[in-house]
Design a protein. Structure first.
Length: 135
């Protein structure tokens, strides 16, 4: 009477097999999700490294800003340029509206990381401009 019934052993083994099959299917689904997450992260890192190449190059940003500010239409704008460790700041106390349109068109169509932009209307033909560009 002290013997274990072989039918009980078979049922326990079937339950154990079913439990392990369930765990295996869960592990497979987690692996598929991890692969998808990895691929998405890889795409994002590639995109971010490309953006870093465009926005973080100090010399390229400096040269582009200098080129924009040397245009003849901005000669009367009197734009002051200050360089800091983290970027450039451009300031003009009184800029003509046509010069402002020209500046904004050139800066917004180029690849600059503009962190601060303040434009204040002083009169119908004049405005003040403050812009910070970081790298």
């Amino acid at each position: 009477m002290n013997r274990i019934n072989p039918l009980h052993i078979g049922i326990v083994l079937l339950l154990l097999l079913g439990f392990l099959a369930l765990k295996l299917s869960n592990a497979k689904s987690e692996l598929v999700e991890a692969k998808a997450s990895y691929q998405e992260t890889a795409k994002l890192s590639t995109a971010l490294s490309g953006l870093k190449d465009v926005y973080a190059d100090k010399d390229k940003v400096k040269k582009s800003v200098e080129r924009i500010l040397k245009t003849p239409s901005l000669a009367s704008a009197n734009i002051e340029q200050k360089q800091t460790k983290s970027g450039l700041s451009l300031n003009s106390q009184s800029i003509d509206i046509t010069a402002l349109n020209s500046v904004m068109g050139k800066f917004l169509n180029a690849s600059f990381n503009i962190t601060t932009l303040k434009i204040k209307k002083l009169s119908p033909t004049k405005a003040s401009l403050y812009m910070e560009i970081t790298w």
